[in-house]
Design a protein around this ligand. Structure first.
Ligand code: DQA
Length: 146
């Protein structure tokens, strides 16, 4: 039996606080609820999920490398604030074979100017944003179709 292909779903800083963090922007859905919904959606596509969160930039870099070593089907990443600052994450996205899909709960384009730049977006094949949890589910559908 071949192993099902795996989607890495990586979450950056402060996303562990979803549910109580600025609910007027991010809603009240917790990261655990997002994880459960993502697992369900991925399983509909016959895909396994490696769902993680960290507050540390270098850990996200390591996990992108790990997705490459594991021959993941794709990486779905909400890099949170590192979206707007991290050349290291962009370089990692470009260095790996699995396609990278960017996701956001909010739409950074409609927020402060400093959120309008996305470094990771330069290395991503698609971006789903502004829909809350459904942004993640749309990204999984897109990953499954790759
Ligand atoms: C975010 C948007 C980012 O600008 C912000 O720094 C986050 C969350 C989102 O999912 O809407 O932490 O990535």
């Amino acid at each position: 039996q071949p192993m099902p292909s795996t989607l890495f779903i990586l979450n950056g800083p402060n996303l562990n606080l979803l549910g109580t963090r600025e609910p007027e922007i991010y809603g009240t859905t917790t990261l655990a609820e997002i994880e459960a919904a993502c697992a369900g959606k991925a399983h509909e596509h016959g895909l396994a999920v490696e769902f993680r969160q960290t507050n540390h930039e270098g850990t996200l870099v390591d996990w992108l490398h790990e997705a490459h070593a594991a021959d993941a089907k794709a990486v779905i990443i909400n890099a949170a604030a590192y979206t707007h600052t991290s050349v290291a994450l962009l370089d990692a996205a470009k260095a790996i074979t699995p396609p990278v899909i960017e996701v956001h709960l909010s739409d950074p384009q409609t927020r402060e100017d400093f959120r309008h730049v996305s470094y990771i977006g330069e290395g991503a094949v698609a971006c789903f944003k502004g829909k809350g949890l459904p942004s993640y589910l749309d990204a999984i559908d897109a990953a499954a179709a790759l």
